[in-house]
Design a protein around this ligand. Structure first.
Ligand SMILES: C[S@@+](CC[C@H](N)C(=O)[O-])C[C@H]1O[C@@H](n2cnc3c(N)ncnc32)[C@H](O)[C@@H]1O
Length: 290
């Protein structure tokens, strides 16, 4: 399994008050952040969620038995509060962490097709037990849908967005996309370079996994599950996600006189970026319920 470096680890640890006893980590993967917290705070209990069942299967291996009585694993998307409430015996938390993104395991496994560099099936779902894979979703797409998708998630010119959408639809009528190889053949024929291709398919990933709406739903309700003085850390890797978090925290602060723990967004410093290039677009915002 690929070992990645946790992003903004020190900053996440510093947010946890000494008295904290419950922590909610909404995006498990290797749980680097919260494993560190378990070792530092002997009374801390953690609930871990991940939408990707493969991550939860692996979790029991890498977590081992050391902390077995101090954590609960839940398979659900981070915006499914109803599901977590039925499964978890802890309902309110001193701290929360949402570290949204794909993880490097996703990029390394060709069949999941999060990477455009590997050859594999067109899937791209975090949760392979629900929703439909990218290759099927593409069969049902149309010009208008693609243009509006590219309008929201790319900063290409309108004419270019329309041109790409038209070319894709025309091409897929004769050559259905089944694997990454098919996508590369199209990209070559349409003179679409690797950077543009990556942006186009990041947009598709966001839609396939309902990522934008999931974050909106999360932001509407997360504070109901925070105890007084509870803190919520959100790390995002995309500017629209960060904007969403920023506005929603501000709305809560204005409405309820709660606090922004950090007035300015926190970014990794150059030392961290030297060690971990994957952190380059990370932004951390912290909310406190007073
Ligand atoms: C960047 S990783 C988290 C890394 C983690 N903080 C660590 O230290 O190892 C993001 C994780 O979020 C999961 N994920 C993505 N979208 C999700 C969603 N809507 N609900 C729950 N988990 C999600 C992914 O499967 C991935 O494992």
């Amino acid at each position: 399994m690929f070992r990645h470096k946790p992003v903004l680890l020190k900053q996440i640890i510093d947010v946890v008050p000494q008295w904290a006893s419950t922590y909610f980590d909404w995006t498990l993967w290797h749980a680097w952040h919260t494993q560190e917290l378990l070792s530092m705070f002997p009374d801390l209990h953690v609930v871990w969620v991940d939408k990707d069942m493969h991550m939860l299967d692996k979790a029991s291996i890498f977590l081992g038995s050391e902390y077995a009585d101090r954590f609960t694993l839940v398979h659900c998307p981070y915006d499914d509060f109803d599901k977590f409430i039925t499964v978890s015996w802890i309902k309110w938390f001193d701290c929360m962490l949402l570290d949204i993104w794909v993880n490097m395991d996703h990029f390394k496994v060709a069949e999941r097709w999060f990477s455009i560099k590997l050859e594999g099936d067109l899937d791209m779902r975090f949760d392979t037990s629900s929703w439909i894979p990218l290759k099927e979703r593409l069969r049902k797409t149309n010009f208008d849908e693609l243009v509006s998708l590219f309008t929201v998630y790319t900063d290409f010119w309108q004419k270019y967005r329309e041109w790409i959408a038209r070319d894709l639809i025309k091409y897929m009528k004769q050559h259905p996309f089944l694997s990454t190889k098919d996508v590369h053949v199209w990209a070559k024929s349409a003179w679409v370079n690797a950077k543009v291709l990556a942006i186009l398919f990041q947009a598709r990933r966001i839609v396939i996994n309902d990522e934008l709406w999931a974050l909106e739903r999360f932001l509407k309700v997360f504070h109901n599950y925070l105890l007084p003085s509870g803190r919520c850390c959100i790390i995002t890797y995309h500017s629209w996600e960060d904007r969403l978090v920023k506005h929603s925290f501000k709305e809560l602060v204005d409405k309820w006189v709660w606090l922004l723990y950090n007035k300015k967004v926190i970014k990794p410093n150059w030392k961290e970026l030297e060690r971990n290039k994957a952190a380059r677009s990370a932004k951390l915002r912290i909310f406190e319920k007073t």
